[in-house]
Structures are given as C-alpha cells and as structure tokens.
Design a protein around this ligand. Structure first.
Ligand SMILES: NC(=O)c1ccc[n+]([C@@H]2O[C@H](COP(=O)([O-])OP(=O)(O)OC[C@H]3O[C@@H](n4cnc5c(N)ncnc54)[C@H](O)[C@@H]3O)[C@@H](O)[C@H]2O)c1
Length: 352
C-alpha cells in the first residue's frame, strides 16, 4: 500500500530581520511539516542571507510572494506599520498569516485584519510568545490548580537596554524609534507582550488603565529624543477587581528583566527572577515549591518560541490558532488604553 504523502506547508517570509533570523526561519526550517519557499525584504541582501541559511528563494516583491499559488502561508515580520496592509493583502491572496506583535498600529486596523481573516476563511495568528514559555505555562497550571487561590494583585515587568542593538537596522536610526513605522515604543515592543501574558495568566480581562508613558533617554540619529516612548509604567484594573502594575522599558541597563509576581489569596508566585528556578511558589502556610521549568528567553539567549509550531498545528489540523487575531486585538487594546491615559491624564477604559 502506498504511504500517504506527508503534508509540507510552504511559507513565505516578509521581512528578513532579527525576529525572522532568530525565531521564524529556524523554527519553520526545522519543522517536519513546513519549509521556507519565499523570502522578501526590501533590503535584498538580508533576504539572501536568510535564504542561504534556512532555504527558500529570494523574491523581488510582496506581490510576487502573494501571487505564488504554491505558497500556503505567510509570516509578516516587518516594522509594525506594515503589519495590517501586508496581512490584509496576504489573506486576500488566500494565504494563512502569522503576524508579529503588536498586530497593528491602531484598533481600527486590527479589526480590519480580523474581519479579512473571517471573510476570506483564512487563519490569522499573532506572535505573542510569552504565554508559550515553559515557566509561564507552569504558572498557568499552578493558578488553575487553585492552590494559590484568586490573584489579588500583581507586578509584571519587561525591560532591556533597547532595540537598537537587536534590530537589523542597528543604531539610533532604527525604525523602532520612529513613530511613523513603530507607532509606539517600549510599550508596543515589550509592554504588549505583558498585556497578553497578564490576561492569559489570570484568565481575566483588563478593564481600565492608568499610565505614564514617557521618553526619558533614547535619542535618534540627530541626537534628539525619539518620537516614541522608552518607558511605560501602568496600573491595570481587571474585570475581576484585581489590580496590578505593568512596566515596559528600553532603559534597563546590563540585564534584561522579564519578571512577574502574583500575590494571591493563599500566597505568592514569582516568575523569571531566579534563573535556577524560574517558578517559585511561597504559600502563606510557609510551604514553598521551586520549579526548574526551562527558561524565559532573552534577546541574548534564544529558545524555540513555539510560535511557528502552534501556527503550523492549527493549519494542519484546521483549528483556530490559540493566539488568534482577537487575542492580539485584546493585548493591543490595553496598550492603546495606556497611551490614552498617558495623553489625557485620566483613567482610560479598555475598548472591546
Ligand atoms: N515576538 C517577539 O518576541 C518579537 C521580538 C522582536 C521583534 N518582534 C516584532 O517583529 C517585527 C520585526 O522586528 P525585527 O526585530 O525583526 O526588526 P528588524 O529591524 O530586525 O527587521 C525588520 C525587517 O523588515 C524589513 N522590511 C521593512 N519593510 C518591509 C516590507 N514592506 N516588506 C518586507 N520587509 C520589510 C526591513 O528591511 C528589515 O529587514 C516587529 O513587529 C517587532 O515588534 C517580535
């Protein structure tokens, strides 16, 4: 009897920058059911380097990638301003889309992406990888076990020295520092990871936000303060009534901080603070449990994100991606509320 042919999904990658180099391309290229077919980047040399390392052909335009009927799915890994137009065009061209975070530069655009996915019947996933990291998966399992009781308050922080050393546009001219291409700074780059993590961990929605979103230090190629934030300090109120703090920063020097502390009815849980035990549970009874459960990825230490794996699973099994456009929208809506609060000096409601 002839063996059933293994399904291999053919991917197009739009944007051959750092996230494609460190995560998407290696994770797609090593997946047994996927291969890189096409790569486009306006800086052709970057597409060529990526193709040399991970396979695929270099294409001359987005249109050429989207017009290739042999391509099943597309990864949008470009500066934020192009997420919506490229995603919408790819969905309309019949491709399933994995789009990086923040999913769009406005809630209107995020809605357009979700509606287009619905209209075309294609799948849309957003690259919120924090909830896939093993310490966070363990934390969710512990919270769901009920041992800690309800989360009453929390602190979560994500900060490093800034994206200008990470981006392929290295230096102060990076697109991450320009409002036209990025729309938001540290709060969109790092804060949006934590807005996703908080809603997912607590299985709750953020209702209101009060925030200071500031540009304290980063300067552009002209030596002027950048046009997006480099620090954000936010207070979030959840639907359940829980309140917490979220900070995002591009000015944490020397070490990355990706930590979360949850203060609950029966004790507390600390995530990402102890490198040997990324999950620490301290109960009010005095009992303690330390868990050695993988690591929280940093810019310097990359671990398989699991994002392409999850997307590929959803395509092969024809199921909705867990981190859907609607999930991306909710994470973005909290960022937008924080920006509104900072602009108006008032508490802002999170839009649905
Ligand atoms: N999930 C994560 O943890 C994570 C981490 C870093 C970055 N990101 C996101 O990934 C996206 C890309 O960031 P990066 O760090 O790779 O930036 P980068 O500056 O390293 O690379 C961006 C690339 O996009 C290319 N590009 C620009 N316009 C394009 C277009 N119209 N079509 C195709 N390519 C285009 C640029 O030439 C560049 O090579 C951003 O949205 C960022 O927020 C996500």
């Amino acid at each position: 009897m002839a063996k059933a042919k293994k399904k291999v999904l053919r991917f197009g990658i739009l944007g051959a920058g750092s996230i494609a180099i460190y995560r998407h391309a290696p994770e797609i290229a090593t997946h047994p059911n996927a291969e890189i077919a096409a790569i486009y980047d306006p800086i052709t040399e970057r597409a060529e380097d990526l193709a040399d390392e991970f396979g695929g052909d270099v294409y001359d335009s987005v249109e050429e990638v989207l017009g290739d009927d042999s391509i099943d799915a597309v990864v949008v890994a470009t500066p934020n301003a192009y997420h919506c137009p490229l995603t919408v065009a790819a969905l309309k061209a019949g491709k399933d889309v994995l789009c990086e975070k923040p999913m769009a530069t406005s809630l209107k655009d995020a809605k357009k992406m979700i509606q287009t996915a619905k209209q075309t019947g294609r799948k849309l996933m957003i690259g919120h990888n924090q909830r896939l990291m093993s310490p966070h998966v363990k934390a969710k399992e512990i919270l769901e076990s009920g041992v800690l009781g309800r989360v009453l308050t929390f602190r979560t922080s994500f900060g490093h020295g800034g994206p200008e050393m990470w981006s392929q546009d290295q230096g102060p001219h990076t697109w991450f520092f320009k409002k036209e291409e990025a729309f938001v700074g540290s709060m969109g780059d790092l804060g949006v990871h934590k807005t996703d993590l908080v809603r997912w961990l607590l299985a709750d929605e953020v209702k209101e936000a009060a925030a200071f979103v500031e540009t304290l230090e980063k300067t552009n190629e002209k030596g002027k303060l950048i046009t997006v934030d480099d620090n954000a300090v936010c207070i979030l109120k959840m639907k359940s009534g829980a309140v917490g703090q979220l900070t995002a920063s591009w000015t944490y020097k020397s070490a990355e901080d990706n930590t979360t502390t949850l203060y609950c009815e029966n004790g507390m849980m600390v995530l990402g603070a102890n490198p040997d035990y990324p999950v620490e549970v301290m109960l009010a009874s005095g009992e303690e449990a330390l868990y050695k459960v993988g690591a929280i990825a940093t810019n310097d230490v990359q671990v398989r994100s699991g994002v392409p794996d999850l997307f590929i699973d959803s395509l092969l099994n024809d199921t909705d991606p867990e981190i859907s456009g609607a999930e991306g929208y909710k994470a973005l809506a909290i960022v937008v509320a924080c920006l509104e609060s900072a602009d108006t000096g008032t508490v802002a409601k999170v839009k649905s």
